[in-house]
Design a protein around this ligand. Structure first.
Ligand SMILES: C[S@@+](CC[C@H](N)C(=O)[O-])C[C@H]1O[C@@H](n2cnc3c(N)ncnc32)[C@H](O)[C@@H]1O
Length: 291
């Protein structure tokens, strides 16, 4: 059996009833454009749990993934749930859709696996309509707990030069530790770095902390609203919390006019130190997968 079949087999074997009851991401759902926007693109849908959640909300969902076996299983699950979702086998770095096609793009647990992850952001910016929103959730470099390689906590804190040989060894000798994934995590992000990489593409960026309101918190967390409010007001306090978060989550809202302004600014300030230096935290890219 190939590692791809083993990977798909494992995902099917681990399917739980609650996976099919996922709720749409609450930060995305809280945006004003959620009420009017209908067209949703799930980029790297895997088994399609997020696609199913959005389709249940009455959204018109298109879902893509590079893995044919997963797409087929996701399509079967959607049919079983009585939902109409358009599934497409495609590469996230080369989306087969026209400009301005979608109101929302969703990319959960993908950026860490794709060496050319910046291309996914560019593609999302291209296919989104003005005011469309892009949710990214990916691996957090600052959190020592690691669910990308089993048994290896503190791995995210290691320097890239140490991560690379470890991952190569795991791929060769312990493929089960990375769930037989053909695309193990090679990129690690911070909130600040990921947000910064989106801005030159015309996105206004938000962390969940920026969007928090009392009614978006669970009953238990509402008691701690003062804490969330402090995190909302004072960005530096977030550095105390980031290491506790399993993932980085960023919401980008596409604004065509800031994209134009930025191009103009980039041209007028070409040569200024640092202006075009997007903070690429994820530059293990290509080095692991290219071997
Ligand atoms: C960890 S899974 C996440 C699935 C789903 N988004 C979720 O959160 O349940 C990563 C997915 O990314 C897909 N993938 C990896 N590289 C891709 C690419 N370049 N284009 C499209 N899909 C890709 C894999 O096939 C896999 O289904």
């Amino acid at each position: 059996m190939s590692t791809i079949d083993q990977y798909v087999g494992l995902r099917v074997q681990r399917l739980r009833a609650e996976d099919l009851q996922r709720k749409p991401n609450k930060w995305l759902a809280a945006l004003p454009q959620f009420k009017t926007g209908t067209k949703f693109l799930d980029i790297a849908c895997g088994m399609g749990f997020d696609s199913i959640a959005w389709a249940r909300q009455g959204k018109k969902v298109t879902a893509i993934d590079a893995n044919w076996g997963l797409v087929q299983n996701a399509a079967d699950l959607a049919t079983r749930e009585g939902l109409k979702i358009d599934f497409v086998v495609a590469d996230a770095t080369l989306l087969p859709f026209r400009e301005d096609s979608f109101d929302f793009c969703n990319s959960e647990n993908l950026f860490e696996h794709v060496p050319e992850w910046q291309k996914i952001s560019s593609e999302a910016s291209r296919v989104l309509k003005e005011d469309g929103a892009f949710l990214i959730r990916c691996s957090n470099r600052l959190c020592p707990y690691n669910h990308e390689i089993n048994h290896m906590h503190f791995y995210p804190w290691l320097p890239d030069s140490v991560k690379r040989p470890i991952l190569r060894w795991v791929q060769r000798n312990r493929p089960a530790w990375i769930n037989y994934s053909k695309f193990p995590a090679v990129n690690w992000f911070t909130h600040r770095g990921l947000a910064k990489s989106l801005r030159p593409l015309g996105f206004l960026t938000y962390e969940p902390f920026d969007l928090v309101t009392k009614d978006l918190l669970s009953a238990n967390r509402q008691k701690l609203f003062f804490l969330f409010n402090a995190l909302k007001q004072h960005r530096f306090l977030r550095y105390l919390i980031y290491p506790l978060l399993g993932s980085v989550e960023i919401i980008g809202v596409k604004k065509n006019n800031i994209q134009e302004q930025r191009v103009g600014h980039a041209e007028s300030s070409r040569g200024e130190a640092g202006f075009e230096n997007v903070e690429h935290e994820a530059d293990l890219a290509g080095k692991v997968s290219g071997k």
